[in-house]
Design a binder for this molecule. Structure first.
Ligand code: MEV
Length: 312
């Protein structure tokens, strides 16, 4: 019986979230926490999902996207179905990833990679990236695709919506600490809030997005040189602009300020905002910052950059 295994990493935004949806350059990175996917051939014609971490022990594929726990996997199969005749298989996933780090995009990419191998389709990373973006749009209706770019290619990625992701040079061990607020961000609601601001204050919001892109342009250089001071200062600026859009929250601000007090050069919210994660840059102070985040009620992780999609 045929059997294939793949894995793909989660992601975090570094610079340029939200502005990316208005076509601006952004930078994100893959983290070293992964989702593993295994596909085993079945003797019958059924396509079965086994996703124990989201409470799905056994669910048959039906092509519909209404089941939350299996919507991304279903949309991925719907894409593959256009390329080949489906055979019976059980698709299982296992996650070592913390919620808030892009479980949906990592599982979408890991599943697409495994389906490509299972059916011998030989899809390139570019093909998987394009299909992954389609899956996100089919399920969520909105999304820049940066998360799919990170999960597919890995590393630190410069990303413009509709363009090809570019891997950026970066120092080997970025002294990055991630703080999870333990509050789940409602990305769709938050994107709509920014859209509404944009409709009411078009010039002001487009100026803010323009400044965010100017920051992103400097980050490429700072990353290549390993200039942590500059990176930290740019993180503070980007955070201030996101806070101006009312995307911060008391919990994010607490973790940001406690990190700075513990020695971080810079800190910002990461992703949609109003919850999920913040990131801090703290060369030589990583342990102190992690401790401070945990003491303030957050959950701290070392932000090691991860590899992209791979066969296990
Ligand atoms: C959410 O993690 C980041 C946003 O920029 C949306 C997106 O890029 O898909 C708000």
């Amino acid at each position: 019986m045929r059997e294939v295994k793949t894995s793909a990493p989660g992601k975090l935004y570094f610079f340029g979230e939200h502005a990316v949806l208005a076509g601006k350059k952004s930078i994100a990175f893959a983290i070293d926490q992964r989702i593993y996917c295994e596909i085993k051939e079945r003797s019958d014609e059924k396509i079965v999902f086994h996703f124990p971490e989201v409470g799905v022990e056994y669910r048959e594929y039906n092509g519909r996207l209404s089941d939350k726990e299996t919507s991304f996997a279903t949309a991925a199969i719907n894409c593959i179905k256009k390329l080949t005749r489906l055979r019976g298989m059980t698709i299982s996933t296992r996650s070592e990833m913390h919620p808030g780090f892009g479980t949906s995009s990592a599982s979408t990419v890991a599943i697409l990679g495994a389906l490509s191998e299972f059916y011998g389709l030989g899809l390139s990373k570019g093909d998987i990236f394009n299909m992954g973006c389609q899956v996100v749009l089919d399920v969520q209706g909105e999304g820049s695709g940066y998360d799919i770019a990170c999960s597919t290619y890995g590393g630190v990625i410069e990303y413009v919506r509709g363009g090809l992701p570019k891997q950026l040079k970066h120092p080997n061990n970025l002294p990055m600490i991630i703080g999870y607020t333990k509050i789940k961000a409602d990305t769709t609601k938050i994107i709509n809030h920014v859209l509404s601001l944009k409709q009411r204050y078009p010039e002001q919001i487009s100026t803010i997005f323009g400044i965010i892109e100017q920051i992103v342009l400097l980050v490429e250089d700072a990353l290549e040189k390993g200039d942590f001071r500059m990176l930290g200062e740019l993180m503070n600026m980007n955070h201030g602009l996101l806070a101006a859009l009312d995307l911060s929250s008391p919990e994010l601000e607490e973790l940001i300020w406690v990190s700075k007090k513990a020695g971080a050069i810079g800190a910002k919210l990461s992703g949609a905002g109003r919850g999920d994660c913040m990131i801090a840059l703290a060369p030589g102070k990583e342990k102190e910052v992690s401790y401070a985040i945990n003491s303030m009620g957050g959950l701290a992780f070392f932000g090691k950059v991860g590899d992209g999609l791979r066969t296990e």
